[in-house]
Design a binder for this molecule. Structure first.
Ligand SMILES: CC(=O)N[C@H]1[C@@H](OP(=O)(O)O)O[C@H](CO)[C@@H](O)[C@@H]1O
Ligand SMILES: [Mg+2]
Length: 602
């Protein structure tokens, strides 16, 4: 290791003194202007990891669903997986070392991990469409080359495409060809094979509206679309030609606000979906004939996929085991449906796909999804062996085995992938002849609410039991237990976020009002017992899509009685400011005192 060169080049990517960052659930994420030194150092670290594992390592420059001004970086391990936990710690040490300590930290990591510095290193780099990404990925490359590593810069890629490239390169191309062309061909071929098996009702021309969050997903779906257009026509919205990345659109927006993205016109019963900013998450939705919005999230996606795979296994006559992995955010109805109706074992892990991915590897077929739409399915070598042996099976079983083989090829087993998941879902819906409403009707989600609470130090909250119970601060869990008892079919938990400086609160109950009240009461308990800062959590009534809907919300609030003399916090987006004005008029004529605050959603 040429430490002189490291020092010299590091000075060109100097760390702002005092800046401390943590390699969190999804790598480093913060304002783009604070990340140059982190990128250079992650280039160094990726080269070391590559030397140690004698494999290709990936570096992705993205901040996923964060605002456009942010950026981030994460490393991808040899089998396309998230970086090993011990190396996450090294990443944090290296990113936070002051300039004069850099050499010592690098040597420490190399010694601790017994890295042979003479070994070659190879790193592949990808980036999303943020204005800051190109320059930042160049800083990663500087880091790789200063340690004598070689690199391949894929340029613009979705995050899951980079995971796929790493996986292909480290498995001698058995998984696929490590090019975009290879990715498009592998997935499209599998999709077209599956679609061919769908019994054609004649009138079904499959089409889907896709909100691309103004991100990389739009570019890559455009490139890919002609490979599968015979089987599915996609109509792209928020394709980056005008709107801002993730602004009022994308999977995260749709899931957390439980409403459609801006910039997409939805006719009743049309199938629509949203990707997030780096295209590793997907959620579906539709408007029913009465104009009501229905969200089909990661839980329902996992249900559709696992029920289809289970049926295939039954048809093939194989006793391979199948498991579904969720987090505490999974809707209680989904867990009940999977366990009680489908009789599939369900496991709960901590938040963050690396936890779900590892658990899913324990099964012959492991399906994992976070409620926000990030997930995939993993297949063991036992499954592949059984498929190979299916040549001898009778016709019907062979057909099912062939279907399984294609569906395996269609999944991105390296990481959750919006494009791959979209094609899997479309294929399953076609094969089963299901409409989006029939899929949605598998079970009814329990009403739920997620809130964020600001505290001075979110580390005062520690949790156990896959984050479903708070251990500290003292008294918090007991308070939550008492609050939960007040509502029917209720559940609530709190945990410190791994990507934002907030405590997340989740509550579900038999009605939206109950879920909202419970979430609010739990937020207040967090605020009081865990050192809340800023404004106290308040009961919250969101502004509706239309003036009429908003008026109705406010009236409901009055109707509750409890709203009297309450502070009503009205959140409104830019475009709904006019509605806010109308509700101000309502305030003037009402007998209830409303202290109105206008805050921006997002
Ligand atoms: C409730 C929620 O959606 N949490 C998200 C979010 O993590 P937090 O640790 O909750 O901030 O970002 C992660 C990375 O994208 C994602 O894996 C996870 O599901
Ligand atoms: Mg993402």
């Amino acid at each position: 290791m040429d430490l002189g060169a490291v020092t010299k080049y590091s000075a060109l990517h100097a760390k702002p003194s005092g800046l401390i960052l943590q390699y969190g659930t999804a790598g480093f994420r913060t304002k783009a202007e604070h990340l140059d030194h982190v990128m250079f150092r992650m280039g160094l670290l990726a080269a070391l990891r590559s030397k140690q594992t004698k494999s290709t390592i990936g570096v992705m420059v993205t901040a996923s669903h964060n605002p456009e001004e942010d950026n981030g970086v994460k490393l991808v391990d040899p089998l396309g997986e998230m970086l090993a936990p011990s190396w996450e710690e090294h990443a944090t040490c290296l990113a936070n070392a002051e300039e004069q300590d850099m050499q010592r930290v690098l040597i420490d990591i190399s010694e601790k991990e017994a890295v042979n510095l003479q070994q070659d290193a190879f790193v592949v780099v990808g980036r999303d469409t943020r204005p800051s990404s190109e320059k930042l990925s160049q800083s990663v490359i500087d880091g790789v080359t200063v340690l004598g590593g070689e690199f391949h810069d894929y340029g613009l890629l979705t995050t899951p495409q980079l995971h796929y490239m790493v996986y292909c390169r480290n498995t001698g191309s058995r998984y696929g060809k490590a090019t975009l062309e290879g990715y498009y061909q592998k997935l499209s071929k599998a999709f077209m094979e599956l679609i061919k098996q769908a019994s054609c009702s004649g009138d079904e021309y499959r089409s889907l509206k896709v909100d691309c969050a103004n991100g990389i997903g739009a570019l890559k779906l455009r490139e890919m679309e002609h490979y599968f257009s015979q089987g599915l026509s996609v109509q792209l919205f928020n394709d980056g030609s005008k709107g801002k990345l993730n602004h009022l659109c994308g999977a995260d927006f749709v899931k957390s606000h439980q409403k459609p993205p801006q910039g997409m016109e939805i006719k009743s019963n049309e199938r629509c979906c949203s990707f997030d900013g780096d295209a590793d998450r997907i959620v579906y939705y539709y408007h029913d004939a009465d104009g009501h919005f229905h969200l089909i999230d990661g839980d329902k996606i996992a249900t559709l996929i696992s029920s289809f795979l289970k049926e295939l296994l039954v048809e093939i006559g194989e006793s391979l085991n199948i498991g579904v992995v969720q987090t505490a955010y999974a809707n209680g109805s989904s867990t009940r449906y999977l366990e009680e109706v489908m009789k599939v074992p369900v496991y709960c892990t901590k938040t963050g796909v690396k936890h779900l991915h590892h658990k899913a590897q324990e099964f012959d077929i492991g399906v994992y999804f976070e409620a926000n739409g990030h997930g995939t399915a993993l297949f063991s070598t036992a499954v592949e062996m059984k498929i190979k042996q299916s040549e001898q099976l009778e016709e019907k079983k062979r057909k099912a085995a062939k279907m399984l083989e294609n569906i395996i090829d269609l999944f991105n087993q390296a990481a959750g992938d919006a494009i791959s998941d979209m094609l899997v879902i479309e294929a399953i819906l076609a094969l089963k002849g299901l409409t989006v409403q029939q899929w949605d009707a598998l079970y009814t989600d329990l009403p739920n609410r997620q809130l964020k609470v600001q505290v001075a130090d979110r580390r005062v909250i520690s949790t156990t039991n896959a984050e479903r119970q708070a251990v500290t601060p003292p008294g918090l869990q007991e308070t939550i237990n008492d609050l939960v008892k007040k509502y029917k079919l209720s559940r609530a938990f709190v945990r410190p976020s791994g990507t934002e400086d907030v405590v997340r609160v989740y509550a579900e109950a038999d009605s939206q009002e109950s879920a909202d009240h419970l979430a609010c009461e739990v937020s207040l308990a967090v605020f009081q017992l865990a050192g809340g800062i800023g404004e106290r959590p308040q009961p919250e009534f969101k502004i509706g899509h239309s003036a009429a809907e908003t008026t109705c919300n406010i009236n409901n609030a009055f109707g509750l009685g409890t709203a009297n003399r309450h502070t009503v916090l009205i959140q409104c987006s830019d475009s709904s400011r006019s509605f806010a004005k109308e509700t101000r008029a309502l305030k003037m004529t009402s007998t209830v005192a409303i202290h109105q605050q206008l805050t921006m959603i997002n």
